[in-house]
Design a protein around this ligand. Structure first.
Ligand code: DON
Length: 517
């Protein structure tokens, strides 16, 4: 089964399974196809994380295809407002091509040319603009460079064809990373960057590697959680929250108490995330970060009748309007191999800059660094020195591809949504663990979120009943309803005893759950 944010991309994965490929081949094809048919959300100009379960080795591994800062961005580089968001200088060295190559070479059964074929076809023949994509284009088109405008400035129902990208994908099919990072594509990309004011140079591309990381794993009340490791903050932040709540019986608490506790735990976990986490190849994470004793102390600081204000840090952090960018998909094959992958170009249409000679839309992942001291980034995150810019460093992410493994059932889960990704995965995981039914509600129930700064509880309409909302306000929580629903979760529920699969796409998006006939 493949559950992905766009049906054509899910189909690309299924095609690989039908050819005899495994979950890793399907993931590679889905990832490349998503980059074509959801061009504002992920792609060859971006990066991401692939969390894998290799069934025959009973082993988990994460492929870190996160972008890296180019060498021209200096130590502690400060970016003027929006310059880390719009334009070629916002782009970091793309990781997706290296990640996909690693996935097929090390874990797949099919050839690189086979897993690339659907993406090439979709780029050449084109696909029609969906309502979701149309609204994203409307939202971001003002930042588009000329090449982006020519490709993507389209209305709903119109066709998007990407011939230059198709040619780039063909080169990737033939020569893999040797082309993308050291060959023709690298040369073209570096030339466009240099001419148009980007920071990425040939040497940055040549140095880039997708890395294998040990996922973060922890147990909670009989479940094993396997999730993204640094440079994603996802797994550690989940571990932090679940660690604080280790001795709580959430299912037996009144709803207002449960939500209060979750909000307070999120607040404390995001505070630590924003302060201490960064690329562990560059910074040292405090050794007691996840120590049970430290987390228990934080838990004991939570009072049930009052919200703790986030006041000890100045400023509230600005938030830009949110996007429908980034993407997630989940895959399982007949052998039990699993993939949970979250991929991104960061903001909607990334930097809004398309490299004319390659057709690659570049990310604006530099904004995930703390690029302006004391100020919030696009997601309002106010982050610290641990996540400051350094040449070659990977910016801290919130992307949280996750497996939650129980005695009888497993959940493959993840979602886009910037800083809110982690709380979304937390709520879905809790729904699964506490067996809230129906399963559909884990993904589709209204959500809430607290990230320390700004000191507000963001929530979707319907997340709290009137009674619970009144109770939370009474305890001092500032409730702020978000303007639009957020997230686009794509999950698979695996029932081991019944050998049954349930695909759960997010109804906020246009995703699809497909299986092999
Ligand atoms: O890595 C991160 O945390 C962000 N670049 C993800 C961006 C995202 O999910 C945007 N989605 N709406």
């Amino acid at each position: 089964m493949v559950v992905a944010a766009q049906p054509l991309a899910a189909q690309a994965g299924i095609e690989m399974l039908a050819k005899g490929g495994n979950a890793f081949d399907a993931a590679a094809a889905t990832a490349l196809a998503l980059g074509v048919v959801e061009p504002g959300s992920s792609g060859l100009g971006g990066g991401g994380f692939f969390l894998l379960y290799i069934a025959k080795e009973k082993r988990f591994v994460m492929i870190d295809a996160r972008e890296a800062s180019p060498r021209l961005a200096g130590h502690g580089e400060v970016f003027a407002a929006r310059s880390s968001i719009d334009g070629p200088q916002a782009a970091a060295v793309p990781g997706l091509a290296a990640g996909v190559a690693r996935l097929v070479t090390t874990y797949g059964r099919l050839k690189r040319s086979e897993i690339t074929a659907p993406a090439i076809r979709l780029a050449e023949d084109g696909f029609t603009v969906s309502p979701r994509l149309a609204s994203m284009i409307q939202w971001r088109h003002e930042a588009f460079n000329e090449a982006a405008r020519a490709l993507f400035f389209k209305n709903e129902g119109e066709l998007i064809r990407q011939p230059a990208l198709a040619a780039t994908l063909r080169r990737f099919a033939a020569h893999g990373t040797a082309d993308f990072y050291r060959g023709e594509t690298a040369l073209r990309l570096a030339r466009d960057m240099q001419r148009d004011g980007g920071l990425i140079r040939l040497a940055d591309l040549a140095r880039y590697r997708a890395l294998e990381r040990q996922p973060v794993t922890f147990d909670y009340h009989g479940f094993q959680v396997v999730s993204a490791a640094l440079p994603s903050s996802g797994g550690m932040t989940l571990a932090h929250i679940f660690g604080q709540l280790r001795d709580d019986q959430l299912q037996s608490l009144p709803m207002a108490d449960r939500d209060h506790l979750l909000i307070e735990a999120m607040k404390r976990a995001y505070r630590d995330r924003n302060r201490y986490l960064g690329d562990a190849d560059f910074v040292t994470i405090p050794r007691d970060y996840l120590k049970p004793q430290r987390l228990a102390e934080l838990r004991s600081g939570i009072t049930m009748d009052h919200a703790t204000p986030s006041l000890d840090i100045q400023g509230t952090g600005e938030m830009l309007s949110e996007g429908q960018d980034t993407t997630h998909f989940s895959v399982i094959d007949g052998d039990g191999n699993m993939v949970s992958a979250t991929l991104s170009v960061n903001y909607g249409f990334g930097s809004a800059y398309v490299s004319p000679s390659t057709g690659i839309l570049l990310n604006d992942e530099m904004d995930d660094f703390a690029t302006r001291p004391g100020k919030g980034n696009a997601y309002g995150l106010v982050q610290g020195l641990a996540n400051s810019v350094e040449p070659g460093k990977r910016m801290l992410s919130s992307m949280t591809p996750t497996f939650v493994i129980g005695p009888e059932r497993t959940l493959i889960v993840g979602t886009p949504g910037g800083s809110r990704i982690i709380s979304m995965v937390l709520l879905a995981t809790l729904g699964f663990m506490l067996d809230a039914s129906p399963a559909d509600s884990w993904v589709n129930a209204p959500r809430f979120h607290h990230q320390f700064l700004p000191d507000v509880v963001q929530f979707e309409a319907g997340a709290f009943s009137d009674v619970v909302a009144a109770e939370l306000k009474k305890r001092g929580h500032a409730l702020q309803q978000v303007a639009h629903p957020y997230g686009n979760m794509e999950a698979i529920l695996v029932d081991h005893s019944r050998q049954a699969l349930t695909g759960i796409p997010d109804r906020r998006g246009e995703g699809a759950a497909l299986t092999m006939e």
